[in-house]
Design a protein around this ligand. Structure first.
Ligand SMILES: Nc1ncnc2c1ncn2[C@@H]1O[C@H](COP(=O)(O)OP(=O)(O)OP(=O)(O)O)[C@@H](O)[C@H]1O
Ligand SMILES: [Mg+2]
Length: 503
């Protein structure tokens, strides 16, 4: 009995001691020193091999691999765990990046093998030295270097400043010879559109499907290659004005960290001109043609650009660098009058409908614009929606933003607008095709949500951009009410999630 008792006490003492050692090691950080010593001890039994990555070649040219290794190492979690690390501000003012100190050593794990990097600095020359165990070298060296390549490329892509490229006419000589801004027929400006998938009122499931579609597309290089297909994905965004199509394009570009090439067909003189524009786009870009229906339906004498020129462009077959990914996006008010051949799978892979607001979109906007999750007026709004009234998200969000200091007033304004302007709006959307005469002349001052806009061009552009012209004009437009039922049947609010992925 005494022996059993003594053994139990001994076991308890051993367990308590182990527990205390563990607490001591982790709480004081001694675990790191222990690991370091253990690793040195292990290294005594291994032959290691060293690979140098110098910053400059013998001809004093920059070694690209050095930069990639630097980007890769600075992103490692073990950088944060190292004894000391340099901190720098990044490109953005609130960004802080980590940087290795001279002669600092950093560890990394790859495929179960441990490797070390030493940031060697001798005679003012920087070199990264990779230390790999000989036993692991054959197995991991090549895949590890490839891994560094792809991770640093990804990081570069994420961190790069996006640009918006706009095509100009051949004869648009603006005397601007800055190569950063000019690329053949394209001119570019920084792309800083704040829209993201999170800021767009749309069914969450639909957003997630688009996101995963884009994600699987950008990872599918080998797949497209094997199929002998151009590595591109084409989206058609269609729906009435002010429903978020352009914002969605910006959200896609921000999500992918891709530049945007906005093709203005009215500035394209011929098929070969369009061909040239496509050839001058870079990989990892979103190529957009807005209001394609306007071109296809109204195509006449204004340009020598032919339908087959546009179809070839959509097919991307003219693209010499077709193994580089491109996302193409076309927007339309409606695809009713469009030849199905233009929309066939392969030419357009994903169709996304952008409807007018339904109650669910209203609630998303109320939450983002007014911070309202629920309100006593919500049932009333819901009832109005059930009676078929609707407004575009642009109109709805503008009313909310203008009254954001008083959520109740904002909701009352929305209710009034729905009752007076939104009756049957869901069905009337088709009338806006081609932006016919329903808009009020912009030569008079227009009032919207209590805000008085002046006449100058900047404001006109702003209002055009934000779809603000319609609210007032529809109030005054008798022609707007006609031919409504047909469209209502075609685009019921529940059609929000009509994502169709072909091919
Ligand atoms: N679904 C939405 N969610 C959040 N905001 C939206 C939505 N739709 C439109 N908006 C807001 O309305 C404004 C106009 O949207 P946008 O320009 O994207 O519409 P559009 O469909 O491209 O219109 P148009 O066909 O006239 O070009 C933007 O400020 C945008 O933020
Ligand atoms: Mg638009």
């Amino acid at each position: 009995m005494a022996i059993l008792w003594n053994s139990l006490i001994l076991l308890f003492i051993v367990l308590a001691s182990l527990f205390l050692i563990r607490v001591l090691l982790f709480k004081t950080g001694l675990i790191y020193i222990t690991n370091k010593w253990w690793r040195r001890f292990e290294d005594c039994f291994h032959v290691c091999q060293f690979f140098k990555v110098p910053e400059f070649s013998d001809g004093m040219q920059h070694n690209q691999l050095y930069r990639k290794v630097s980007v890769y190492l600075n992103s490692l979690a073990s950088m944060e765990d190292s004894d000391f690390t340099n901190l720098f501000t990044g490109k953005k003012s609130n960004e802080i990046v980590l940087g290795l100190d001279p002669n600092q050593v950093i560890e990394d794990d790859f495929l179960g093998a441990k490797v070390c990097w030493i940031n060697e600095r001798k005679l003012n020359r920087n070199t990264f030295v990779l230390k790999v165990r000989k036993a692991d070298k054959r197995r991991i060296l090549r895949p590890y270097l490839q891994h560094i390549h792809s991770v640093s490329d990804e990081l570069d892509q994420i961190r790069k400043d996006l640009r918006l490229h706009i095509n100009v006419r051949d004869d648009d000589g603006d005397g601007d010879d800055d190569d950063n801004l000019r690329n053949g027929r394209w001119r570019s400006v920084p792309f800083t559109h704040p829209s993201t998938f999170e800021t767009i009122a749309m069914e969450t499931d639909l957003k997630n499907r688009v996101k995963s579609d884009l994600e699987s597309f950008i990872k599918a290089k080998q797949y497209y290659h094997r199929l002998g297909r151009v590595w591109k994905r084409s989206f058609l965004l269609y729906g009435p004005s002010g429903t978020g199509k352009s914002s969605f394009v910006a959200a896609m570009a921000n999500f992918l960290c891709y530049d945007v090439y906005d093709v203005d067909l009215s500035r394209v003189s011929s098929d070969s001109d369009l061909k040239m524009l496509l050839l001058q786009t870079t990989s990892k870009s979103v190529i957009v043609i807005e209001d394609l229906d306007r071109f296809l339906i109204g195509k006449s004498s204004t340009t020598a650009l032919s339908l087959s020129g546009v179809l070839n462009f959509m097919d991307g077959i003219l693209n010499t660098c077709c193994f580089e990914e491109r996302v193409m996006v076309f927007t339309m008010k409606s695809k009713d009058q469009i030849d199905p051949a233009i929309l066939r799978p392969g030419r357009i892979d994903v169709h996304i409908h952008f409807p007018l607001c339904d109650f669910s979109a209203f609630k998303t906007l109320a939450s983002s614009c007014l911070g309202l999750k629920d309100h006593k007026l919500f049932p009333q709004v819901e009832e109005i929606f059930q009676n078929g009234a609707s407004l575009s998200p642009a109109e709805m969000s503008e009313l909310m933003i203008a009254n954001r200091n008083s959520p109740s007033r904002a909701l009352k304004t929305v209710i009034t607008a729905l009752q007076t302007d939104g009756d049957g709006r869901g069905s009337a959307a088709g009338r806006r095709l081609g932006d016919g005469g329903s808009r009020k002349s912009t030569d008079e001052p227009s009032e919207h949500s209590g805000v008085l806009f002046s006449r100058d061009n900047t404001v006109k552009e702003f209002r055009k951009l934000y779809g603000l012209l319609r609210l007032k004009s529809h109030r005054n437009s008798p022609s707007f009410d006609s031919a409504t039922t047909e469209h209502k049947d075609k685009y019921p609010p529940s059609d929000l999630a009509s994502l169709q992925i072909d091919g």
